[in-house]
Design a protein around this ligand. Structure first.
Ligand code: CAA
Length: 272
């Protein structure tokens, strides 16, 4: 199936995003596959990727040939290992606030999208990666996938909607546990909690996901659109604002320096 992919004709101005389409074989309808392509950094998402991903999705919204979108990560190790910690190293609280709002704009766009967006999680989905996956309408995981919100280990909080959206999927208690422990869970636990819809073997993972997505592409696009609009109609604006404020404030606290610099030195943080 992967051999049948074509290039998607849209200039992203960002080599870190690969855009391919899978032709569904009727009326020129297609699935768009967006790959975050920063394998060496475990597909950590920086400011440019955030902006490009938003631009692609805004473009695709009006492309009536695209019925569904799959987001995945390059390589065999990671979906997205989070926001780019290296770029956050010198953030002040204003930078952090802007970064949080940009990330939230992306997850809100995904969450309110009127075509199904599926996270094909092929490895680590940590921090912002787990938040992007959580914003998607469905999550399919490969057997090697690992999930978590390790921000507290960096002395900061989740800033791309994690405190707003995770609890809607796995319940308040489970979400709180993940968000304050920083623990990671494997795909079996993620399936048990309802964080992922299905788990597939790593071999032929993308083909398995495409096959699954194909199965609902024959339903009425209009009915799917209205279903998604109705499901996602609740307004979370106040919760997102509180999250951005607190994400930003965490960069004023010395814990963020302790946590982020420990990560960069590949050491364990020692919070006071
Ligand atoms: N940002 C920037 N670079 C990252 C990264 C990230 N989130 N995650 C991994 N990398 C980089 C590493 O620094 C390393 O780069 P170098 O080769 O230049 O040293 C490279 O990717 C490979 O990573 P590791 O050597 O660490 O690989 P590993 O197999 O030993 O560990 C891992 C894998 C457990 C995922 C580990 O990389 C890790 O813990 N990453 C950070 C995960 C994290 O904390 N994510 C949350 C980010 S904050 C956030 O997302 C805030 C928000 O809500 C918006």
């Amino acid at each position: 199936m992967i051999e049948e992919l074509n290039n998607y004709n849209f200039l992203t101005e960002n080599d870190n995003l690969l855009l391919k389409t899978y032709n569904l074989g009727f009326n020129n309808k297609q699935i768009l596959i967006i790959t975050i392509n920063r394998e060496k950094s475990l597909n950590a998402v920086d400011l440019n990727i955030l902006k490009s991903l938003s631009n692609v999705l805004k473009h695709v919204k009006d492309d009536s040939n695209i019925l569904s979108i799959i987001i995945t990560g390059a390589g065999s190790k990671a979906f997205i290992a989070g926001a780019d910690i290296k770029s956050m190293n010198n953030f002040n609280s204003e930078d952090a606030y802007k970064y949080s709002v940009l990330g939230q704009d992306l997850v809100k766009l995904i969450n309110s999208f009127d075509k199904p967006i599926i996270a094909a999680i092929n490895g680590y989905a940590l921090g912002g990666g787990c938040e992007i996956a959580t914003a998607c309408h469905l999550r399919y995981a490969s057997e090697n996938s690992i999930f978590g919100q390790p921000e507290v280990k960096l002395g900061i909080i989740a800033g791309w909607g994690g405190t707003v959206n995770l609890k809607k999927i796995i319940g308040l208690g489970n979400a709180t546990k993940l968000l304050i422990s920083g623990d990671t869970i494997n795909c079996d636990e993620a399936l048990r909690l309802g964080l992922v819809n299905m788990v597939f073997p790593f071999a032929n993972f993308l083909s398995s996901v495409i096959k699954e997505v194909k199965s609902f592409c024959h339903n009425s696009p209009n009915a799917i659109k209205n279903t998604l609009i109705s499901i996602n109609s609740s307004n979370n604006d106040e919760s997102y604002k509180i999250e951005s404020d607190l994400f930003s404030k965490s960069f004023k606290h010395e814990d963020s320096r302790i946590g982020i610099s420990a990560f960069l030195r590949k050491e364990k943080p020692k919070f006071k």
